[in-house]
Design a protein. Structure first.
Length: 318
């Protein structure tokens, strides 16, 4: 299907990514328990963010009811839900670190060594080209804006099923990543492994360490505020950046030119997680296994759909 070959315009209720909605509801339930771990909410920013999300979702419902623009309704609904899930689970990533479970950096580094991987050698090799490092840094920090752009562009171009699938994937993988990171907390390879100053100088500023101040404050209990304006990427194992790379590639796969661009972006993003994100190789491998499990589940669902004419007819309307 080309990027301009749009799907039939269904009702908004048929486009709801229910797994993403479920992830948002589950996240809200977890956030309600966060004061038990000593956290408090920054109510002003939280109310402002909630009002913004409510406005986006309300516009989506109004446009759907008036039937003036199904694409516009889908754009606002997709954008509102993506922002809501990102805020909810982004805040929960702080709670996950604040639980204070023992750090697993030594074990993750040991797994890298057991696999015959010299993380320091990889980062040192990449650091030989400051221009390439700068390029990797640019791609790494483009992942979140690109996800936001896709949440808007896919429904705008009538790619409703791709948009719904992307929202479901991103919400579930974000939730799973943060839950696992709570049980397997880690600071990252740059925190655990000392690097020579010459290597650090060749990398973008704060590469692998951009989260360190917040990481330390959450671990020692000096920071206990849940503020949607201060969300940072804190999960090390597994890597949500790798998950985003797969999500973007799958969302664009099959579209002329964009499919290949998405695959290239995914490959470069995954590479950037080592020198820029400060991840261990085992973080990447764990995310690959997690995404493979998703793919197997999708394949089974696809077979079930083809095997059931009634279900196929129902889904064909989406």
């Amino acid at each position: 299907m080309g990027v301009h070959e749009t799907e039939a315009s269904p009702a908004l209720v048929d486009l709801i990514p229910y797994r993403a909605v479920g992830a948002a509801i589950a996240g809200c339930a977890c956030l309600a328990l966060s004061p038990l771990a000593g956290f408090r909410f920054a109510w002003g920013p939280l109310f402002a963010a909630s009002a913004g999300v409510a406005l986006l979702l309300s516009v989506s419902v109004v446009y759907d009811r008036l039937r003036r623009g199904p694409r516009i309704a889908a754009v606002f609904g997709s954008l509102g839900l993506w922002i809501a899930v990102s805020i909810i689970w982004g805040l929960l990533s702080s709670v996950a670190l604040g639980l204070g479970l023992p750090l697993q950096d030594a074990n993750l580094a040991a797994l890298d060594r057991a696999l015959g991987i010299d993380h320091r050698a990889i980062v040192t090799f990449v650091a030989r080209s400051p221009a390439f490092c700068a390029f990797l840094g640019l791609v790494y920090f483009c992942a979140v804006p690109l996800m936001l752009a896709l949440a808007t562009a896919l429904p705008a171009f009538g790619q409703f099923e791709r948009a719904r699938r992307m929202l479901n994937d991103s919400a579930l993988l974000m939730a799973i990543t943060i839950v696992i990171s709570a049980l397997v907390p880690a600071g990252g390879s740059f925190v655990h492994l000392p690097y020579p100053s010459s290597v650090l100088a060749a990398l973008p500023p704060d590469a692998g360490m951009m989260h360190f101040l917040r990481f330390e404050a959450l671990r020692d209990g000096t920071f206990r505020v849940l503020d949607p304006t201060q969300i940072e990427g804190l999960a090390t194992f597994p890597s949500y950046h790798v998950a985003m790379a797969f999500i973007v590639a799958r969302a664009l796969w099959g579209l002329p030119w964009l499919g290949a661009a998405g695959a290239v972006f995914a490959g470069v993003t995954i590479l950037s997680t080592l020198p820029i994100g400060g991840h261990y190789v085992v973080d990447i491998l764990a995310t690959c296994v997690l995404y493979l499990m998703f793919c197997i589940r999708w394949q089974k669902q696809s077979r079930t759909t083809r095997a059931s004419p009634q279900l196929h007819t129902s889904l064909a309307k989406v």
